[in-house]
Design a protein around this ligand. Structure first.
Ligand code: ATP
Length: 296
């Protein structure tokens, strides 16, 4: 398990990370979400031991992360860290040897992953001749070919088309099943929402939301109802707690103050012909906008 305990980092007057704590257990996918400059990359660099925090600590399986542990961490950065003059095979051999793998282990892992990503024919091609998406896949392979305990993915889907995004996602789910702890950063909420059971949202280095996604959503509560049926605007107008009533094609969309209003609306129209009645869970995007908006 990875434990990040109250870390802070400043660059001069810029507070890049401010008292951040979280845990990522085995087989968990953890999301680090934040706008540009929120402190995601700085957090990763501290976890990897590439820079020192001004305060706080990071442990992997109970011990601080030093050079004896870095072999157990796979890191895929946003700015690609490949040696572009090497061939794919040479690249894998270089990274595999750094991670203490034997020649045979490297060959086996490389064949497996090249086939899985449908790029076996690139094995002896130079990295610089590959498309960006395929370079991204090679970087991913080099990060995971020794089955790391912790995998850090900094914006892993940037520049990938939907088919390649799907391939990478499937590979990440396979690693999760093996028990790998995965931390994943993005400023795209839909990826975090789909992918991560646990998350932190960073604003100027501070966690403004931290915990399990389902609990965060539950705490936020239902704020919208969608109804299709034989109902009129007047049916809703007298109900207390409705903030807005909109109609989009044949669907009524009600913004409500809290979950208690759901039952009031249901009771008010229960004798009508109703084809759809749905209390809509908030999206992470809505929660983010409300949270960040309330800070401004
Ligand atoms: P992005 O999504 O754009 O990659 P990020 O969330 O990864 O952003 P960081 O790169 O961690 O954000 O940056 C956090 C803050 O620290 C920013 O204000 C950034 O300008 C500042 N910063 C980062 N690295 C340095 C550095 N080496 N020297 C000075 N300031 C820095």
């Amino acid at each position: 398990m990875l434990k990040v305990n109250n870390i802070s980092k400043n660059y001069g007057k810029v507070q890049a990370v401010d008292g951040l704590s979280f845990e990522c257990r085995e087989g968990e996918i953890f999301g680090l979400l934040g706008e540009n400059g929120a402190g995601k990359t700085t957090t990763f660099r501290i976890i990897m031991g590439l820079i020192d925090a001004n305060q706080g600590s990071v442990t992997l399986e109970g011990a601080p992360i030093d050079y004896t542990k870095t072999d157990q961490i796979g890191f895929v950065t946003e700015e690609r860290s490949l040696l572009t003059k090497l061939t794919v095979e040479e690249q894998a051999q270089f990274y595999g040897a750094l991670k203490g793998m034997s020649q045979e282990e490297i060959d086996k892992a490389l064949s497996y992953w090249l086939e899985k990503f449908e790029i076996s024919s690139y094995r002896t091609r130079k990295i610089k001749e590959l498309s960006k998406g395929n370079q991204q896949k090679i970087q991913f392979i080099c990060a995971i070919m020794n089955h790391p305990k912790l995998l850090i993915l900094d914006e892993p889907f940037t520049g990938l088309d939907p088919i390649n995004v799907k391939m990478l996602k499937d590979a990440i789910y396979d690693l999760k099943k093996e028990g790998c702890s995965i931390i994943f950063s993005s400023h795209q909420m839909e990826y975090i929402e789909e992918f991560c059971e646990k998350l932190v949202i960073l604003v100027k280095g501070k966690a403004i939301l931290n915990g399990y996604l389902n609990e965060i959503k539950k705490a936020y509560g239902i704020k919208q109802i969608e109804i299709i049926g034989e109902v009129q605007r007047e049916d809703f107008e007298k109900i207390k707690g409705i903030k807005a009533i909109k109609k989009h094609q044949n669907k009524w969309i009600l913004s409500i103050q809290n979950e208690e209003v759901v039952d009031k609306v249901f009771q008010a129209i229960r004798s009508r012909k109703i084809y759809k009645f749905e209390a809509i869970e908030p999206t992470l995007n809505e929660i983010f906008i409300e949270k960040v908006g309330s800070l401004k």
